[in-house]
Design a protein around this ligand. Sequence first.
Ligand SMILES: Cc1ncc(COP(=O)(O)O)c(C=O)c1O
Length: 409
Amino acid sequence: MSELKKPWPTTEEEEKYWQDLSVEFMDSPDESYLNTGSWGVLHRSVFAALVKGLEELEGNPTQNRSQLVERMNLARRDLAAFLNAQSEDLAFTTNVTISMNQVIHGLDWQAGDEILASDQEYGAIDNALHHAETRYGVVVRRAPVSIPPAGPDEIVDSFRRALNKKTRLLFVSHVTSPSGLIVPIKELAALAHEHGAMIAVDGAHAPGQIPLDLTDYNCDFYGGNCHKWLCAPKGTGFLHVQPAVQGKLHHLAVSHGYDKDGPTRNHQGLLDIKGQPFMWQLTSIGTRELSCFGAVAEAVALQNEIGKQKIAARGRQLAAYLRQKMADTGWVDPLYSPHPELSNSLSTFCLKGFGEANPSQALYERYKITTPIWGEAEPGYTQRVSTHIYNHFADIDRMVEALAEIREG
Ligand SMILES: Cc1ncc(COP(=O)(O)O)c(C=O)c1O
């Protein structure tokens, strides 16, 4: 892709645009926050919407709750449009962990059924898969994915080779946590369906980092987070389920969204519980904070205003600059994929030659720079850097210089 070869010609006007935008985000101006991959930062408009909802409710928690429900419904509608999905098929969840547990523990399993997952799934979700093994006798098998793979076909081929007649579910991250790899989920969905299996996608890092089209992907289950790259309040996620497989799911927690007589079909043939879309009722879990979901509408509106393609391109532009600067040091190995379709705003590196220095701690304590760094000095620490719309070229310069100083001791 040409942008990756010549990634950072920028203009004063362009930088002014991003500068003016970034001051409206709430991260400390005297710090460099390069960890949207863990949690995004709120824009002031999103924070204001959140606080407004909280204040409104406290005026009269009994009478005013319905307004928050209404706002949550509107936000769900906006989020669905943003993801190119139907609002009826989309449920708000607290986070993608709940979304994926809803799938893993909401399906009926027979002992010996197989789940085919990549070997790069997030630790917490891997725990849920392991729990399914011990609880239901499911077998979790792995399709190995190299870091980095040569291209999208290598990933699809790895799943194809590992599929068999017992495979009921493919399980994969859309953007992997350890290396920021973008997985070709549309092709994997087609592969799963060809073999009579379903596919569940952990989209923790995708919404707000890259444009999404859930209709086009045709994945049976797609869970995502709003509190990372979409920069919505913490504790906002979603689960999208195709109408054809909704009826396969059981409630994780049974509350008012349950009908003792079971779900029914409405006049459009869609599954309902007590006159409400199945997915909304499935995830109704009793009292919970709702202002955070209403504020998702504000986060979506902001991304729409800037433009999804523009956001992805900015993340990629900063990532390309970062990757070049890191390569120039001579003591960094890339772990991200250089393939233009396989990565965007997440870049991972192996940092070599740090000896006794603890770069993670030093980066924050000495320089107020936040990026996750894990592993050991030998064979090298792993660092993951997120480049999002509130980050700047100067953050990257500071970080690379700081790493060099820490390494020199
Ligand atoms: C791929 C992936 N899945 C799941 C999660 C869990 O996200 P949450 O704690 O918001 O549920 C993360 C968190 O970073 C992740 O990277």
